[in-house]
Design a protein around this ligand. Sequence first.
Ligand SMILES: *Cc1c(COP(=O)(O)O)cnc(C)c1O
Length: 456
Amino acid sequence: MKLLFEKSVEGRYQDIIPNCDVPETEIPQNLRRKNSPRLPQLSEIDISRHYTELAKRTHGVNDGMYPLGSCTMKYNPKINDEMAALPGFTKIHPLQPEETVKGAWEVMDTLENYLCEITGMDKMTFQPSAGAHGEYTGLLMIKSYHLAKGNKEKNEIIVPDSAHGTNPASCTMAGFKTVTVPSDSQGCVDLEALRAAVNEHTAGLMLTNPNTVGIFDKNILEITKIIHDAGGLNYYDGANLNAIMGQVRPGDMGFDVIHLNLHKTFSTPHGGGGPGAGAVGCKNLLADFFPKVRSFNGNFGVVVRALCYVLTLGAEGVPETSANAVLNANYMRVMLKDTMDMAFDGICMHEFVASLTKLKSETGVSALDVAKAMLDYGIHPPTMYFPLIVDEALMFEPTETESKETMDQVIQALKEIIGKTKTDPEYLHGAPHTTVVRRLDEVKAAREPKLRYSFE
Ligand SMILES: *Cc1c(COP(=O)(O)O)cnc(C)c1O
């Protein structure tokens, strides 16, 4: 497929920019560019077709199921986008006089109140732009708290080995040392190991519950108490809130500061790197320590979507949503447990992890092969090779928005794929067979990113 620059034809353009209707001002000489920018020159239809062609090459929730574990790729009702696109919201400017944007403040206040109620927090900010940004913000708050208390020796954050990769990364960014504690055979925190890891350097704990293997840690009250007894604070990575919202609150589990991924649980389309919001909430003891982590008030459109979503669901819909997310994951888990080995026994929360170690040793077919074969069925693969504590991991999160019929199709597809491991493993090694591109180099894009067009 050609790039826009390669499709460009000198002099071709679309006259869509209206004439200037405000007085022109002189741009100072030193700020003027010397050469005109080398922008591609195309007509509107060329551009429209270009992006349509690109859209056809990708997979979104509108194409089919997207069970990418830990990412909550649920369907986001269109009405939320419509509300966020209302001119009263899109045509305001953060530098406008405050009294002219009171409605926007009301949106943020109302959402703050609802989310504090859902999570058991006292205060919340919508500044952080993503989950990882929220983690960083929350950790800075823990740091400021200890500094204010004169706890200079507290420089360690305890993180379970099942944690999302952003957790230890955020600890490092915030200037903490990460202390890793192992998980037990159920994927939960090993209490003995936790007790052994706690000491006078413990500034806090960072945990997601349900954890990244989709299991709710039943010892959570004991865990948060161990940290509090050592003078530390508890940080809740709330990216998995879809499993528990309306059922149980991080504030009641003993957490002092949390982030939510509004773009996951609260209905903003994500996955293409678009705007997100890692809302950070805290108990009153941390309310004085909110740092300024970005301009203005964050990605406001995400906040509008989240409010619209919460209002649509209402007090009954919020717990029903998480209950259905858990029901769907357990339905798929049970229907697939004779087809794939599950990494952990028993009831899961909103996601479950299969481990294809045995399949790989018997047939040579890997988790990667199975994931790639799913593309031929129009299904987005699950998360692969994560969490790191599970070998040959495939992690499925169906979300509450998939119907039984759709899940049955995916279950059927997976049974067919696993069936082929005996009859035609070569087919699976070569999958996908029907997509525009086949197997891509899994690391090249990260190691040698090409972020700009080279005119040479
Ligand atoms: C998605 C996720 C994050 C990171 O969120 P981003 O918005 O991608 O930065 C952190 N923790 C968990 C458990 C997640 O699933």
